[in-house]
Design a protein around this ligand. Sequence first.
Ligand code: ASP
Length: 309
Amino acid sequence: MQTFSIAIHGGAGTLVKGMMTPDKETAYKKALDKALTRAYQDLESGGTAIEAVALAVRLLEDSPLFNAGKGSVFTADETHEMDASIMDGKNLKAGAVSLITGIKNPISLARDVMEKSEHVFLAGKGAMQFAKKLDYLLEDKTYFYNELRHQQWLEIKDTDDFKLDHSIKKNEKFGTVGAVACDSNGNIAAATSTGGMTNKKFGRVGDSPMIGSGNYANNKTCAVSCTGSGEFFIRGVVAFDVSSLMEHKNMTIKDAANEVIYKRILEIGGDGGLIAVDKYGNIAMPFNTEGMYRACKSSLGTKEISIYK
Ligand code: ASP
């Protein structure tokens, strides 16, 4: 029988045991569990991989804990610019949006780009026009306001510094969210969503909306969603690299994901992690940082919700 499974992440970084209050740790695990359970139920009742990853990411976007949707970080202009992408491994269809504002669920807009437009990637003003055409409601600034995120921004505003999501020191924690799933027909899909980096400017775009870098899915190999230092993940074409190692070097999903996260991305100076699934429902969740908010569940009966190494 076909195994079906799902994995999700809420970002990687300097997540050291003891640094977070027990209450906060519980809140993160609860948010991960909710998204995981709902998306798994979807798969269990015959839902497709693309539906499951879109649902999981939507739920993570609705939580203020993660740097995506509601919890997105502030840009240098004290606004929120969000990026998201989704890909269906069955037919290699993909949709992505970048530099969008006011949209509650960027992943839904990315999915609409995939399903309701002739294009793959819409950015900025044009993406917003597309959303308007589809009657998306716009949330005002108060929906995205978050005391902690604002404080992080105040600390570096008016400087050239830019930070990944609530890092203790520069570049130490990433809060992007993502999901990968394999459904009961052996189809796989990936979705990724982010608010990017605190104090980002000049229309900075990370790896999350870039098909092949932060997100990729192909039934032949695997579905991948990444989190980490976006500039390096773009240059490493990380998600596609995992797929290529499986396709051309016959590697297992675990070996391919490990090769990229523990070797290739480190060699060029990048840090972070990824979640990946193959068409047999096998899951890999490697990260080269202290921790990664992550969870997975499979029809074989396995379930994991973890933060630390
Ligand atoms: N990869 C994301 C970016 O560079 C950050 C993250 O993973 O939180 O925009």
